[in-house]
Design a binder for this molecule. Structure first.
Ligand code: AMP
Length: 535
């Protein structure tokens, strides 16, 4: 067989050649704009030409501080296209972490959205390697003291629209970079290659996986600064799929509006986004009948939410699991062909699990000194390997703990059922150990969120002199709904062993979240501690 390198430019070249009329619909600061893949292809070549002229070297990193829009998509292709690395930076991190990340990656340039530019103004004098900033604006450049600032449209204008991507790129070259938050210390960098990105795009597209297709219109809500919006922009461009980019500071109303007006068929995001969308759908009527999959990952999808999407709105739901280190797609939860006739409750229960491994990857679940039995009960840490799983962190010795003997130790604890379906029970560090036995905070959270008065809930441990740790539930109620500790515990009682029941229920206005919308258990534990200290 021929040996061909798997290269990112080939993905956009395919869209240019075979799907030049298909569209990227992009919401920016000044409204919604439409571009064909033909136009995106030419603009990407102009950008690639300018980056080359600017002197971005092979392997050089260029940072982005940006939302989901067409210019960010152009950077996704132009940088790897010239052999450089697109380094997406999470705009919601603290300024200290952003400075650390840019300096650690030694970014040559930064492409920044207009509304994120104040962040650059606050930190630019601490950035050691950045030679220029390009502001992605539809209008005038902001008046600023920052040196070497260009406007994206002005900058690419005289780039060559027929620029040819170099033909000596190889598939193991670095192409993308994303930092993931560590429990303690600075974020850790993960580097994606051309090969890993192309294979991951194929992994996403398979019918038994996310099943992306040219027939779809996709709206990635998960940010392009978080694991490449789960790889959706790469896979969608490869296929010629219409992409709807929701842009800066979108609201549930904007998302629901796009679903209706653009007839979105697939959308992807974290559970907090879907909770907010459900609220919007409840408040106002939208036509969401075009949707054939709401892909949900990043945190466990509560079964109650899956049911509401499917039973109230007739919208199919797809639960998936992965992490920054895994590009991210690792598992997808679909029923097997012979499970379709199972009783409804059992089907929902299965689909609320994280699912089975995507073809191309391998897994091991290790606990108590060996691999655990596939009995849906024994817990162990999930280990993964495969061509789109990272094998180290970028210039960071913390990789030694996570990457051992060719396996990524995910830090996620799971069970495996007899069908090979994994259920993430907790992060290793979030499991609650009560009297030597494990309690899954995730199981309790999912049950709590099925209560009709509960908007969101998170469970953390508190130290206990007798049991070492005991669970405490932190609950946010829906607006206008009332409940009590006793009533919540009565609701949980029939579903769990007695010793799993939280010792307390604390009602809160809001659960602290990470920059990508996950429960921030570290901060929540501090709040719970402060709550008891006040008493
Ligand atoms: P990140 O690298 O920020 O994307 O976070 C990855 C982590 O999110 C994983 O290690 C899991 O702990 C968690 N995670 C991702 N998807 C799921 C899911 N479907 N269910 C439960 N936890 C998830």
């Amino acid at each position: 067989m021929m040996k061909g390198d798997l290269l990112i430019p080939s993905l956009i070249e395919r869209a240019e050649k075979f799907f030049p009329k298909k569209e990227v619909i992009s919401r920016t600061g000044s409204g919604v704009q439409r571009f064909t893949y033909g136009e995106i292809g030419r603009r990407t070549r102009q950008l690639a030409d300018k980056l080359t002229q600017f002197g971005i070297p092979r392997g050089g990193r260029v940072g982005t501080l940006a939302w989901n829009h067409h210019r960010h998509l152009e950077l996704y292709f132009a940088l790897p296209g010239i052999g450089a690395v697109v380094h997406t930076i999470n705009i919601r991190l603290s300024p200290e972490h952003i400075v650390y990340i840019i300096n650690h990656a030694e970014d040559e340039m930064i492409f920044v959205d207009e509304d994120v530019f104040p962040l650059v103004e606050a930190v630019y004098d601490k950035l050691k390697t950045v030679k220029a900033f390009v502001v992605m604006t539809d209008g005038e450049l902001p008046d600023t003291k920052v040196p070497n600032v260009y406007s994206y449209e002005e900058w690419i204008k005289d780039g060559d629209p027929s620029f040819q991507y170099p033909d000596d790129l190889t598939e193991d070259m670095p192409a993308g970079m994303c930092f993931t938050s560590a429990t303690t210390g600075n974020p850790k960098g993960v580097v994606y290659t051309h090969r890993s990105t192309v294979l991951h795009s194929m992994g996403l597209s398979m019918a038994d996986s996310v099943a992306l297709s040219e027939y779809d219109t996709i709206m990635p809500v998960v940010p392009m600064f978080h694991v490449n919006a789960w790889g959706m922009p790469y896979a969608s461009t490869m296929l010629g799929t219409n992409q709807v980019m929701p842009g800066p500071r979108f609201t549930p109303e904007i998302l629901a509006g796009f679903i209706e007006s653009e007839k979105v068929t697939i959308t992807a995001g974290v559970p907090t986004i879907w909770m907010a969308l459900l609220k919007e759908l409840e408040a106002k009527s939208y036509d969401v009948s075009s949707l054939r999959a709401v892909v949900c990952g990043g945190s466990a999808a509560p079964m109650g939410m899956i049911k509401t999407f499917e039973q109230t709105y007739n919208v199919p739901f797809l639960h998936a699991y992965g992490m920054t280190e895994t590009s991210p797609l690792a598992t997808v939860s679909r029923l097997k062909s012979y499970e379709l006739d199972l009783p409804e409750e059992e089907r929902f229960k299965k689909r609320a699990k994280q699912g089975i491994l995507v073809p191309g990857l391998e897994m091991k679940v290790v606990g108590g000194g060996g691999e655990v039995a596939w009995n849906d009960e024994d817990m162990g840490e999930l280990l993964l390997r495969g061509p789109w799983i990272a094998d180290d962190y970028y210039k960071d010795d913390r990789g030694e703990e996570a990457f051992v003997d060719g396996w990524l130790h995910t830090g996620d604890v799971c069970t495996v059922d007899e069908e090979g379906v994994i259920k993430i029970v907790d992060r290793t560090k979030d499991l609650i150990k009560s009297g030597g036995e494990w309690i899954s905070s995730v199981d309790l959270e999912n049950a709590l969120m099925a209560h009709e008065a509960v908007f969101e809930a998170s469970v953390v441990s508190i130290p206990d002199p007798e049991w070492q740790e005991r669970p405490v539930a932190c609950v946010v109620l829906h607006e206008g709904k009332m409940s009590t500790k006793e009533e919540i515990l009565d609701f949980l009682r029939p579903q769990f062993a007695k010793w799993w029941l939280p010792d307390d229920v604390i009602f809160m206005e809001e659960i602290p979240k990470t920059s990508v919308g996950k429960f921030l258990k570290r901060a929540l534990r501090d709040q719970v501690k402060a709550h008891y200290e006040k008493q």
